[in-house]
Write a protein that binds this ligand. Structure first.
Ligand code: APR
Length: 238
């Protein structure tokens, strides 16, 4: 059955879309959470107890992001966004990733539901601002002049993801939901495929291997994102 091309595409990406850029995933064999304890590095309690260790962990990850380059999957998604816009459609890109590879590949609207590693949050005045260098406990907030209140502007376990209303509104108005490079193990992102199915929105998973919620998808394309994403978007004329 020939389908009409999608006009309102919702793409959810996870760590797998940046794997071929050299940024590690979390739950694959040898993934970050098999080497580090997220409860000691990625929670507000861990930061309160040992800020230097947490800051060092994110300073190291920030260096990795700055050294990485976007891959063919990031580039294909940026092209698809432009092509959809040219025909009066839209691609809503929601990422769980805290890197800036989608932006560097040319995606113009990227919604970071888990925050951004290249931004800093002041816990005292709650202002956020761009930062490409290490965050130290001795840093002074440029807005409120307090010392020791700066942290990476990323969402830790136990904290609320960003932009949930805008994300769910965009999902509801979509005619295609595509998940790329995510294990489907962390909510609310892992539940978005169910929200799509409940609205009879076509769903497709693009991943190296079936994810935890693979059964919820209508279709799947398995392989490395750098090949599978451009190929799938080409099927859509994007
Ligand atoms: N191409 C496509 N998929 C890949 C590739 C690749 N080259 N390499 C790995 N994958 C897949 C893995 O098979 C896995 O299913 O990407 C997925 C990555 O899953 P996770 O490591 O769990 O990462 P993610 O789903 O993004 O984690 C969600 O958990 O720890 C939190 O905040 C963190 O945003 C993260 C969230």
């Amino acid at each position: 059955m020939l389908r009409s091309p999608p006009q309102a595409v919702f793409v959810l990406t996870g760590a797998g879309v940046s794997a071929e850029s050299g940024l590690g995933t979390f739950r694959d064999a040898g993934g970050m959470w098999s080497r580090f304890d997220p409860m000691r590095l990625a929670t507000p309690e861990a930061f309160a107890e040992d800020p230097d260790t947490v800051l060092d962990f994110y300073n190291l990850r920030r260096c990795g992001v700055l050294a990485a380059v976007p891959n063919a999957a990031h580039a294909a998604l940026a092209r698809a966004e432009a092509r959809l816009a040219a025909r009066g459609g839209r691609l809503f890109l929601c990422t769980q990733n805290v890197d800036d590879l989608h932006e560097r590949a040319g995606s113009r609207t990227v919604v970071h539901m888990h925050g951004e590693l290249l931004k800093v949050l002041c816990q005292a005045c709650t202002r956020t601002f761009a930062r490409r260098t290490d965050i130290l406990r001795t840093d002074v907030c440029p807005h409120c002049a307090r010392i020791g209140t700066l942290r990476p502007d990323v969402v830790w376990f136990g904290e609320m993801p960003h932009h949930r209303d805008a994300i769910e509104a965009a999902l509801a108005g979509s005619d295609l939901f595509v998940a790329v490079g995510t294990s489907g193990s962390v909510y609310p992102a892992a539940g978005y495929v169910s929200l799509a199915r409940a609205r009879n929105i076509r769903t497709c998973e693009i991943n190296l291997a079936p994810s935890d919620n693979a059964d919820a998808f209508d279709e799947a394309r398995y392989g490395r994102a750098g090949e599978a994403v451009p190929a799938f978007l080409a099927e859509l004329g994007l």
